[in-house]
Write a protein that binds this ligand. Structure first.
Ligand code: ZN
Length: 124
């Protein structure tokens, strides 16, 4: 990916990701990897210094939001694991069918292996 991300691209991506969660009016954009100053609109007490790159790769850089998101938002993997745990802890469905006797099947299979080798492989 050799395309450098300019200010407009960064802002477009940031807004697509975070909406109006962060205030970008103070940023002085130099490059994708040069820290900029943004402000979390939920926690405007302290501006966040973060590179545009990391801003788009993380929860945005606000450590207060990070705490909140860690305690509130359950990642998909966790909820899936919990779902599986619940499924496993549920009592198994009662099966009233008796297992089939397997003896007759085995005799049948033995007969099938006696296939005549009429064809031979290889060049004649
Ligand atoms: Zn925040």
């Amino acid at each position: 990916m050799g395309t450098p991300i300019d200010r407009d691209t960064f802002l477009a991506r940031a807004i697509a990701r975070f909406g109006d969660h962060y205030d970008y009016s103070e940023i002085v954009y130099k490059s994708y990897k040069t820290p900029v100053r943004i402000r979390c609109t939920v926690h405007p007490v302290k501006p966040v210094m973060i590179t545009p790159e990391r801003h788009l790769q993380t929860t945005g850089g606000c450590k207060f939001c990070l705490k909140t998101s860690r305690s509130q938002i359950v990642p998909l993997g966790d909820s899936f694991a919990r779902l599986m745990r619940e499924a496993n802890s549920a009592p198994p469905p009662q099966s009233l069918e008796t297992p089939l006797p397997a003896v007759a099947e085995q005799r049948q299979n033995a007969a099938d292996t006696l296939v005549p080798r009429s064809r031979q492989r290889g060049p004649v």
